[in-house]
Design a protein around this ligand. Sequence first.
Ligand SMILES: Cc1ncc(COP(=O)(O)O)c(C=O)c1O
Length: 369
Amino acid sequence: MTKLASEATKTIVPIPRARVQAMPEYHPPLGCRDTLRLDFNENTVACSPKVRDVLGRISAGSLTRYPERTPVEAIVAAHLGLQPAQLALTNGVDEAIHVLFEAFLEEGDELLLPVPTYTMYEIYASATDARTVAVQAGDDLKFPFGPLLAAITPRTKIIAIANPNSPSGSAATRAQLLEIATRAPHAVLLVDEAYFHFFGETTIDLVGIIPNLMVARTFSKAYGLAGLRLGLLAGPVELVCWVRRVLSPYSVNSLALACLPPALEDAAYLDWYVAEVLAARTEFEGALDQAGVRHWPSRANFVLIEIGAQHKEFTRLMSAAGVLVRDRSSDPGCDGRVRITIGTREQMRQAVVAFNEALATLKIKGGAL
Ligand SMILES: Cc1ncc(COP(=O)(O)O)c(C=O)c1O
């Protein structure tokens, strides 16, 4: 590079949009996670063996072709009792959120969020010109139904509700969701059912019936396919068609598409994993009660617990003992709280040993506030 060219690259730096410069950073899992991963609510065992069989048979030649999502969308739609045009496969639910926000949020609009909730809603919204209106849950972290209804305005454009919610584990009822959809007909109600399989209740049967309802599902959690990045967004054709305008036609890769049908077919594997996690959750909650540690009732594959002022040290000690957990202290209303993913009973027994040792080291007893 000439002296002149190198000076120019030093001084002239392209500047991103102001919105992007102001965006909060998201910190994904950092290396060395080859241990007991109870920090990102993933499946802690594996995907279905039927998926692994399909993966093993994928030919190098098939990778030369662009992925074709349409046939797989038809299979997934049939599985969910929907029309293919009512559903778009996405590169994880994260992409579903991203494209939905891109398609609908503009200047003057409001994104309505009960908080604390999944971080990516606010991050993707911050790249748009819309404003986020956060409705804080109370100390019980229950779904703040009344305050959320009261916060609906003519400017509300999207209401995003993770159901069950993360990191609280609490859930809104179907009646509450219906009421919200009815009270905000001018807004999209996004019900993010990432943890549906552990909860068992859904609104996906109302897709196409409630004109402003969209439902997201992921294959990252119960199905154990987080690494493949697979999600979906279902809604009335009139809304899904706008999302498709923004969505890249190839964002779901061909390996992911090949794995989806066997994942859906293997209901026995999914049922086994979900039943195991639910049994482990009950046992783990018992251990928390025994240790006198406050926790919030959870409808998902994680539990939020109260550690108090020593939350950082607790997280560090757990990690040193080979158990990764997630400090949620920076979430609104979650100071001193840590979220622990539920794995199998065996894994959770290992976690309880590390947990009790950490509490003893930190001299925490009875919730530690
Ligand atoms: C509520 C919620 N929605 C979506 C996601 C992301 O799902 P995906 O892996 O499909 O992008 C998560 C991940 O933790 C989540 O908690």
